[in-house]
Design a protein around this ligand. Structure first.
Ligand code: C5P
Length: 227
């Protein structure tokens, strides 16, 4: 059967990865969470002390980019691939509010983007891929057969993310989460390189009032029209 590339972009915490995982499972496609890659580079920068609340030594990070090895390994129990940084599973560490607080500064660095975009394009060479992020339909795969741009109100997104973090045992307030979501959206949408924006040919899905099942079914019908 014909295989396609599905690009899912949108604001933070719009449920991109939940829908992308469901689609990949249903279609037997590979799922790639590009946010996890930017988060892993951020974790590396924090571990190496290239970034903290007072300082960002961008040149030191750029000079050290070759030492960063990123890979995904499929976890059959979870039924999706987890992020590995230099051989270690970092799936949990990259999801903390600390990493979320720095990731938009790391993702503006052109050299970081170049490295990650090249890896992402390589993963899509054989198609049969669902990839989510901010610039997938605009920069990584401008010729993707299906592009979906997801959005929802900031309040709904922050509530979803807050519940997710609480479930993982994080000690945070709703206000902190809302602030982070809004700040990241602002930085991601206003950066110079590959800002978050809807590709002209992307289909907008505002899921403020949609269940996960409805989102999945809508996306699947869009896929089926393209096969
Ligand atoms: O998708 P997630 O919220 O995990 O992404 C974390 C951050 O990584 C985003 O806020 C953005 O700064 C960056 N990112 C990006 N380009 C992508 C995916 C994520 O700049 N394709």
């Amino acid at each position: 059967m014909k295989k396609i590339i599905i690009a899912i972009d949108g604001y933070s915490s719009t449920g991109k990865s939940t829908m992308a995982k469901q689609l990949a499972r249903a279609l037997g496609y590979i799922y790639v969470d590009t946010g996890a890659m930017y988060r892993a580079v951020t974790l590396y920068a924090l571990q190496k002390g290239y970034i903290d609340e007072n300082d960002f030594r961008k040149d030191a990070l750029v000079a050290d980019l070759k030492a960063i090895d990123l890979s995904f390994k499929y976890n059959p129990e979870l039924q999706y691939s987890e992020m590995y940084l230099n051989g270690s599973n970092v799936e949990k560490e990259i999801r903390t509010l600390e990493v979320s607080g720095y990731v938009s500064q790391i993702s503006v660095v052109p050299e970081v983007r170049q490295k990650l975009v090249a890896l992402q394009q390589e993963m899509g060479r054989e198609k049969g891929l669902v990839m989510d992020g901010r610039d997938i339909g605009t920069v990584v795969f401008p010729h993707a057969e299906l592009k979906i741009f997801m959005t929802a109100s900031p309040d709904i997104r922050a509530t979803r993310r807050y519940k997710e973090l609480l479930d993982r045992g994080a000690l945070i307030s709703y206000e902190e989460v809302l602030e982070n979501v809004q700040k990241r959206d602002f930085l991601d949408s206003n950066r110079e390189h590959s800002p978050l924006k809807k590709a002209e040919d992307a289909i907008v899905m505002d899921n403020s009032a949609m269940s996960q099942k409805e989102q999945f079914e809508r996306a699947l019908s869009l896929v089926q029209m393209r096969l």
